[in-house]
Design a protein around this ligand. Structure first.
Ligand SMILES: C[S@@+](CC[C@H](N)C(=O)[O-])C[C@H]1O[C@@H](n2cnc3c(N)ncnc32)[C@H](O)[C@@H]1O
Length: 210
């Protein structure tokens, strides 16, 4: 864990990042630079961290719901929504994936820079470790997300999911397909020990062959 809170700036927005919260990194920016939000859309920022993606999308969106399992991230996101003048548009919820959301809530855009790293069995216990720890295969949270996400996507909605090649991108594409979502890798970036990829998924059109 970092020993101090820090500050992060992006596209004219400023963020305080509590030491217990994930500091935006290459994976955050991979998602941020591919964001297209249409005026009036409802956005879900799953695993919001310091709230950077929630704040960036809130300008155009009608409403943003930001969820995180880390209580420090929830407080941090509220603070950053305030700091950037967007608090009235951002609802911040504490919880495990979709558990704080009613099943009737649908979103036009769902974002998730997921915890995607394969880790030892005993890693992932602290709040900050939960930002990256994806269990032994790296897929612990990704698989649950894919199982639950179809219930919350609007008919024309789309999902942007970040993961690493270390946690099997092919499996993600196959699972999304099984959940009747059309998915493809739309951007990627090579880092030192891994390649991070951005996957976009949409509902398959009614009547489409699968
Ligand atoms: C890689 S960080 C991304 C943070 C931020 N969205 C960004 O891009 O900088 C992953 C985030 O997911 C949160 N998270 C992990 N497991 C979760 C779960 N089961 N439900 C909700 N959030 C979770 C972590 O606390 C962390 O804030």
């Amino acid at each position: 864990m970092r020993s101090r809170n820090s500050v992060f700036c992006y596209e004219g927005y400023s963020f305080v990042v509590f030491k217990e919260v994930y500091k935006p990194a290459e994976d955050t920016l991979l998602l941020a630079r591919n964001l297209v939000v249409r005026r009036g859309e409802c956005v879900l920022d799953m695993g919001t961290g310091c709230g950077i993606l929630a704040v960036v999308t809130a300008e155009m969106a009608a409403r943003v719901v930001a969820v995180d399992i880390n209580p420090y991230a929830v407080v941090c996101t509220k603070k950053n929504a305030d700091l950037n003048g967007l608090r009235p548009k951002i609802e911040v919820l504490l919880g495990d994936l979709f558990s704080p959301l009613d099943s009737s809530r649908k979103f036009d855009l769902i974002l998730f820079n997921s915890p995607y790293l394969p880790v030892e069995e005993d890693e992932g216990g602290s709040w900050i470790e939960k930002a990256w720890a994806g269990g032994e295969t790296g897929r612990k949270i990704i698989d649950r997300f894919i199982e639950e996400v179809p219930e919350h996507i609007s008919q024309e909605g789309r999902i942007l999911l970040v993961q690493s090649n270390l946690s099997n991108v092919r499996t993600t594409l196959d699972f999304l397909d099984q959940s009747k979502l059309q998915a493809a890798v739309v951007d990627k970036e090579k880092l030192n020990f891994e390649e991070i990829v951005l996957i976009e998924a949409k509902k398959q059109p009614e009547g489409a062959c699968t």
